[in-house]
Write a protein that binds this ligand. Structure first.
Ligand SMILES: Cc1cc2nc3c(=O)[nH]c(=O)nc-3n(C[C@H](O)[C@H](O)[C@H](O)COP(=O)(O)OP(=O)(O)OC[C@H]3O[C@@H](n4cnc5c(N)ncnc54)[C@H](O)[C@@H]3O)c2cc1C
Length: 334
């Protein structure tokens, strides 16, 4: 038996990959998690709160992270055709704050069709570098439920349970996959103190006229507009490391509305009619599972048993998901 601890996008996608690869049958996998995708408003995990778009944040000199994102991009390309209610292909535009990406080149310029650097006249005067490309957004609530449905149909048991120690599962399982995100901090046989939250605040709005995902990097954070397949749009945001507080900061919410309207006036209904005409559905706060020195993907042997750690993916859990899961499987074969 293989146990997966965690039912966020990392744990669920890994389980789907185990089955698709033939590495395990559904009834050989058991998922334990404190929070489940049906807990759509649980702040106990990150996955319900993502935008989510594919906009790689892998560094120019990090081929491993680039590979995660490349694999997921290709999977989303298929899914946009087979599951258009979950994954949508659309134009993306990125307005950068400095020319770092220009200096090193944008690593995914050859991966994403339609990649083009914008001319000076196509970007705001105080924006030194910008580009457009073809990318994807994910309808997060439907997508998580789809992963769960795929797994339960295949016979995977998904059980709500808080796990205190990973080795408490060794009686029934030879391999335990640790996909606990921020939870890795408190597991008694992991205690990873380098894990920390990065607070993100967003607003879910109704704005069916939005047809592109757009972001702009400011010195104090990134502003973004991420439409979903159902006419709803996530606008945000902020990136606040080491912050556990979950209350809505309404001053920040006002800044999000202002900056996002400047970025894409079609977030108002009717489009361009002023930021007071943005139809707010709800304000959100979520905590990204960050980790000093980046995510942990590592095999740990404990006697005859194996633990695979796969946590700390911070702001890239969806766009890295299929590639990260493929790497978990590779580690299991070693
Ligand atoms: C505002 C915001 C916007 C984002 N936008 C994007 C985006 O556009 N694109 C993108 O790719 N990503 C985005 N992300 C990041 C993405 O949401 C995360 O990277 C991803 O959800 C992490 O998934 P995970 O499965 O690793 O962790 P989580 O979703 O945190 O799941 C952890 C799981 O482990 C369980 N768990 C923890 N401890 C225990 C325990 N002791 N016992 C049992 N179960 C336990 C939890 O209950 C949960 O089921 C965003 C995040 C936020 C907050």
């Amino acid at each position: 038996m293989i146990a997966i601890v965690g039912a966020g996008v990392t744990g669920l996608t890994t389980a789907v990959c185990l089955i698709e690869s033939g590495r395990a049958a559904g009834d050989q996998i058991i998922i334990y998690a404190r929070d489940l995708p049906s807990d759509a408003y649980s702040t106990g995990f990150a996955s319900p709160w993502a935008g989510a778009n594919w906009r790689s944040v892998a560094a120019h000199d990090d081929p491993e992270r680039q590979q995660y994102d490349r694999i997921a991009y290709k999977r989303f390309d298929q899914m946009a055709k087979t599951h258009p209610h979950l994954v949508m292909r659309l134009p993306g535009t990125e307005y950068c704050k400095d020319t770092e990406e220009e200096r090193h080149g944008v690593w995914f310029s050859t991966l994403c069709p339609g990649f083009r650097i914008l001319d000076q006249g196509e970007r705001p005067p105080d924006c030194p570098f910008a580009y457009t490309y073809s990318t994807f957004t994910i309808n997060v609530p439907l997508y998580l439920q789809w992963l769960v449905d795929e797994l339960t149909t295949a016979g995977v048991q998904i059980i709500r349970r808080h796990i205190d120690r990973l080795d408490s599962l060794f009686d029934d399982c030879d391999t335990v996959i640790n996909a606990t995100g921020l939870g890795a901090k408190n597991l008694r046989d992991v205690r990873d103190d380098t894990v920390y939250p990065t607070r993100g605040q967003t607003i879910l709005i109704r704005a069916p006229a939005v047809t592109a995902t757009t972001s702009r990097v400011y010195p104090d954070g990134t502003t973004y507009v991420i439409p979903r397949t159902d006419g709803q749009v996530i606008i945000g945001g902020c990136y606040q490391p080491h912050r556990w507080d979950l209350d809505i900061d309404f001053e920040l919410a006002e800044q999000i509305l202002e900056r996002c309207y400047a970025l894409d006036p079609s977030i108002a209904t009717p489009p361009g009619s002023g930021k007071e005409n943005i139809q707010i559905v709800r304000h959100n706060v979520g905590l990204r599972p960050s980790r000093q020195n980046g995510s942990r993907l590592e095999q740990e042997r404990r006697g005859p048993k194996t633990i695979i750690h796969a946590y700390g993916i911070s702001s890239a859990g969806y766009q890295a998901s299929w590639g990260l899961a493929a790497s978990v499987l590779r580690l299991m074969q070693q």
